[in-house]
Design a protein around this ligand. Structure first.
Ligand code: 3HC
Length: 308
């Protein structure tokens, strides 16, 4: 027999923080949402690395705004996770010292300016495919956070694609730089969607509760189908000799993903895992005085906020 909660989910109702929910539902949401928030925050690092080296003032302003948006996304998602009864301080602690996961994609280095283009195009593009579905998920605070985030990710994707279109139409060296970035980021971008459905331990439960509405493989396929024509439009080649359009299914078939690499990266052995975590820990520890000062100020001027 279905529980009252399952009936609500099946009827497409939105679950709000004060509603009754199974403990597993709450735990799964905290796991997934906190990993997502961490990804937004760690995701500032690869692009932050290029702000001082952007090739023009216009590019610098746009990149600065994009990286700042990612910080905002992290904060909305930490706030929506707090509605499940866990504090942001606790979640940040899990990221910095507790081995919490964040997206595999941010453990790769950003070697050239073209990487800024490809990150906007592929990484924000993949995030949009994933997050437009999450904007319809069963947990209200997460779904609502996703609506605003997706709007901003759309700008990010456009700025990245425009960088790549410009480089691709530029000098032979610029075009080669764009192609090299595409070659390095394509496969890690496909890994962002998570392991194949047959090896995804959380999917069945998440789909039962309408937290996930589409599976990892379905979303990966959608991303490939959207991205292949975009690559053709800017005369760049995706580094997969097995890519071919299947007339029957109307989908692009693609080659084998190196899942060993994926599992290594999420275990902490990717090219940049150690550096990313060190940068976050340093920032947190050096920023302790700012948190103390803000708390002290609030205690003095808004004591009711501290006590509430
Ligand atoms: N990177 C790191 N870990 C990953 C991963 C990835 N790309 N894909 C899967 N994993 C982890 C899972 O977290 C899980 O680990 P856990 O059980 O220890 O927590 C394990 O691998 C098995 O994977 P599952 O498929 O069972 O996990 P999920 O069902 O949770 O699906 C997911 C994974 C598709 C990433 C899903 O959690 C999800 O949609 N999350 C929300 C979106 C998100 O986190 N996006 C981050 C992308 S970056 C971003 O948005 C920033 C933007 O600014 C560009």
């Amino acid at each position: 027999m279905l529980t009252q909660f399952e009936e609500r989910i099946n009827a497409g109702e939105v679950i709000e923080p004060k509603d009754r929910m199974p403990e597993r539902y709450r735990k799964q949401l905290i796991r997934m949402m906190s990993q997502h928030a961490h990804s937004e925050i760690v995701g500032m690092l690869p692009e932050g690395n290029w702000i001082t080296r952007a090739p023009s003032l216009r590019r610098k302003m746009t990149l600065l705004a994009k990286v700042q948006d990612e910080a905002g996304h992290g904060l909305y998602i930490y706030s929506s996770t707090e509605t499940l009864g866990v504090s942001r301080a606790e979640l940040v602690d899990q990221l910095l010292y507790g081995g919490a996961k964040y997206s595999s994609i941010f453990n790769y280095p950003t070697l050239t300016w073209a990487d800024m283009g490809v990150i906007g195009w592929f990484v924000d593009g993949a995030a949009i495919v994933n997050q437009t579905m999450l904007a319809k998920c069963s947990y209200g605070p997460y779904a609502r956070a996703m609506i605003r985030i997706c709007k901003e990710e759309n700008f990010h994707k456009k700025q990245g694609y425009e960088i790549i279109a410009t480089l691709s139409a530029g000098t032979p060296e610029q075009k080669a730089m764009a192609q090299d970035a595409v070659n390095r980021w394509w496969w890690p971008a496909l890994m962002m969607f998570g392991p194949p459905d047959t090896e995804s331990p959380n999917s069945a439960e998440l789909m039962k509760w309408k937290i996930k509405l589409k599976s990892n493989d379905e979303l990966r396929q959608r991303f490939v189908d959207l991205t292949v024509p975009q690559a053709q439009a800017v005369n760049l080649t995706l580094p997969d000799p097995d890519l071919k359009f299947n007339e029957e299914t109307q989908h692009w078939e693609f080659g084998k993903i190196n899942w060993d690499e994926f599992w290594q990266v999420i275990k902490g052995n990717g090219p940049m895992n150690a550096e990313r975590l060190k940068a976050r820990r340093d920032a947190h520890e050096k920023g302790a005085w700012v948190r103390q000062a803000a708390a002290e100020y609030a205690r003095k001027h808004n004591p009711e906020l501290i006590n509430s």
